[in-house]
Design a protein around this ligand. Sequence first.
Ligand code: FRU
Length: 485
Amino acid sequence: MTTTDAALRQKVAERIRNYEHLVKKDVYRQHFHLMPPVGLLNDPNGLIEWNGVYHVFYQWQPFKTGHGAKFWGHYTSTDLVNWQHEEIALTPSDWFDRNGCYSGSAVIDDGKMYLLYTGNVRDEQGNRETYQCLAVSEDGIHFQKKGVVATLPEGFTAHFRDPKVWKRNGQWYMVLGAQSQDLKGHLVLFTADKLDNWTFQGIAAGNGKNGLEDFGYMWECPDLFELDSRDILIVSPQGLKPQGMKYHNTHQSGYFVGTLDETSYQYTHGAFEELDRGFDFYAQQTFVDESGRRILIGWMGVPDQGEEHHPTISYQWIHCLTIPRELRLDQEGKLIQKPVSELKKMRTIEQEHVYQIKRSVHSIPVDDITSAEVFIDQIETQKGFECCIRGVARFIYDKDKGKLTLERDRFENRLKEIREAEIEELKDLHFFIDASSIEIFVNGGREVFTARFFPSPGNKSFSISGRNETKLRLRTWRLQKEAGR
Ligand code: FRU
């Protein structure tokens, strides 16, 4: 460990100690979502299961609630429910990553864990440089940096980052998000026989290919993987303009279904679909766990999207990750996201009711709405209904218009803002409600709405009102992790 590395680690430890007390006092601290101990968290990184242990690394700026020179924070778990915060995996302490150990991924090779990440560097004039870097670990906790393994090819700006690595048929592949000199976003691909020896294979997808025109000025955090016999590309493009109900967040996240040609390294694909219909979802990553499931975790935030208005900033922390979601592809090529089944372990007090609702508002007794799961099914409704959660989030099903709407109070001024999605018929709704977030899975995960919200601490209500006759079954659980964790 270099002296800069050691000094940075010590500074972070002090910062955690100094602010622990304040951070813990925040009523908006989450109960079952991963958060930074202090400072800012953004992308999930290096998701992997190794010898029965799940690892979630994350982009971490411990010294302030804004972005900057990122560290890799680290959580581990054996059950995807109870997490332990580990020591820092990577610090921005070397010439090739001194302005940030940016996003990347983890793989296992020869019994060791390897991290591939982007070293972000600014020169004296503030110009950006980018390096793809490697680090290795024998125990999955302590990492040794191996330095730069790929540099910036011709034709691209220094917005060239976020390596996602995998092995197929004995060959290593690495995709990155990139910006060409004419300021267009792309997916680029490298191959290797060894993790420290990469060959640039060019642009695999992006602006100007597969019928994509004007599809953003930068693509961030790509992830290309096989699922149910197709190759899925998940990516976060920046610079898409709103289109009907789509693309209303500052930056977008979505997926393509297609095929990666392993000789030409071209990825051909269909239309781009949004992954999430809510307000706060970005830079997601996936991995296959040891039982073969493809699991996704996202950042429950969006860069440049009113981050300065989050009230948690007064308590010196900001942002969290989503719950882990298992992915499947349905027969029409739609990506389905389901909360992983392990989360059921958190269920405690269960209540079940069948409601007959007219226009009146029904108050639902939820044991502790600050950490709860609500499942609604057996829906029979003439015109639709709406759920109001803690006075600041409304989820509305308009059956006549075939539309779902999530409405919430803006963080800065309590005016309303909405996100919408079309729906043919609503069959079920699955809410995961934490102290300051809500994730709503619609029709078994065919649509998801993810959002932070900051209700008045005293408001613990969950209510349903009908637009006309509505009958539905509602089950609720209080969610609790093991004591002391
Ligand atoms: C996405 C992103 C990545 C980058 C990281 C830096 O949110 O901008 O492209 O690697 O965050 O923290």
